[in-house]
Design a protein around this ligand. Structure first.
Ligand SMILES: Cc1ncc(COP(=O)(O)O)c(C=O)c1O
Length: 397
């Protein structure tokens, strides 16, 4: 059983975990989960629940679909000029993204506390994860998604039985995103639902699920010198930073963000109010006009000696293609870490002694427009059965 408290980032006031509500009652600040120490792993347990005693789940209610324990797959180190490059295959989680780790913790907490379910915002992947784990728990799932959520992600959410609604401006406009997220978090408390907005500001307990990525990497690749992670709302990067922060030493953490949604650069200079202009990136999952985890993301970069690398959508598409050439099929957001590493290699920011981990966050099947770009315009040819020998010979010639 984990013992933990919720502590205000601003004034340090601590409180015991409660049923719902995640703002500091003393000053209205952001809460973070604080533990008395780092508990050992559960021997014999598999997946992310090996780390159960390091997560804010007090009892033994675990809503699981087999998340975590994702493979680390080597890719060519030469293009990066480094000693090794490993892809952490988060796209192989049950619903195809790292958000499963977060949803598994969220729905476990909701079940443990007798809540009716969860409510959240989503660009698609968080929603699909919430929908699956809510279905698993037999609880309600209500989602407010970006108006241009990728069709496959919406279908995945609907097929899993969640109630999903598209909200104008969400994701693309800083003020609309901020006010919708705040409203939903407040309504969650009112309706007895767990907020499942994948950022520490709104869902500090659930976001701890993603810290298990760092726990796994520390075990599986202890010599890693640098980890590349994509940034949308900053929750993933922030959680990886918190995970490594609970262990003696960690690699430098590099945040990779599309140049068309530059929220982290200003945050590193002390400005957290989000985009002042339009969000122009087309990378689904990384269109978040205001950081949901600004303080944590800044802390992860600064505290690890890392940095921010911005990439164009074109660089992301090229990185997606390069990973596909090596058999790793991810959605564009899932290739963004690799795009950042390639950009850093070209800029001389990686060295021959570096051991790199790239977080591949989302599965290729999530975004059929991007798949179509990879596949190219030529459709599969219709042939007669008697042509098979000839076609084979032509292809192999
Ligand atoms: C595939 C994928 N990668 C990365 C991210 C960005 O994560 P975060 O918003 O925690 O920065 C998302 C968020 O939706 C995502 O779906």
């Amino acid at each position: 059983m984990t013992t933990f408290r919720l502590v205000c980032r601003t004034c340090g006031t601590a409180r015991e975990p409660g049923p719902v509500g995640y703002t500091c009652t003393a000053c209205g600040g952001e809460l973070v989960v604080a533990y008395p120490g780092l508990a050992p792993v559960r021997p014999g347990a598999t997946g992310m629940w090996r780390h159960q005693d390091r997560l804010p789940v007090s009892g033994d209610v675990v809503v699981s679909l087999g998340e975590g324990g994702t493979p680390l797959v080597p890719v060519a180190a030469e293009p990066l000029g480094v000693a090794s490059a490993l892809v952490k295959c988060e796209h192989l989680n049950p619903t195809g993204s790292f958000k499963d780790r977060i949803a598994s913790v969220a729905l476990s907490i909701a079940a443990e506390r007798g809540l009716a379910g969860c409510v959240g915002t989503s660009s698609g992947n968080g929603g699909a994860a919430a929908a699956a784990y809510a279905a698993r728990a037999g609880l309600a799932c209500v989602l407010f998604a970006l108006a241009d959520t990728a069709e496959q992600k919406l279908l995945q959410i609907r097929a899993l039985g969640a109630s999903v609604h598209l909200v104008a401006g969400l994701g693309h406009d800083a003020a609309a995103t901020d006010s919708a997220a705040r409203d939903i978090a407040a309504l969650a408390a009112e309706c007895g639902l767990l907020p499942m907005l994948t950022g520490g500001r709104f869902s500090p307990e659930a976001m701890e699920g993603a810290t298990t990525i760092a726990f796994e990497l520390a075990e599986e690749a202890p010599r890693t010198t640098v980890v590349y992670a994509p940034v949308g709302g900053g929750g993933l990067l922030s959680a990886i930073g918190r995970g490594y922060g609970r262990m003696p030493a960690g690699p430098r953490l590099v945040a990779v963000q599309p140049a068309g949604c530059p929220t982290l650069g200003p945050a590193l200079r002390g400005r957290f109010d989000g985009l002042s202009g339009p969000c122009t990136t087309g990378i689904s999952g990384l269109q978040v006009a205001v950081l949901f985890d600004g303080a944590g993301a800044v802390e992860a970069v600064r505290g690890s000696g890392g940095h921010l690398t911005e990439v164009t959508d074109e660089q992301v598409h090229e990185a997606q293609q390069e990973l596909a050439r090596q058999g790793v099929l991810v959605e564009p957001a899932g290739a963004t870490a690799y795009a950042g590493a390639l950009a850093d290699a070209a800029a001389g920011r990686l060295g021959p002694d570096d051991r790199v981990v790239l977080i591949a966050t989302g599965a290729g099947y999530k975004d059929s427009a991007a798949l179509g770009r990879l596949a190219g315009p030529k459709p599969a040819q219709r042939i007669e059965a008697h042509d098979i020998r000839k076609v084979l010979a032509d292809v192999l010639r």
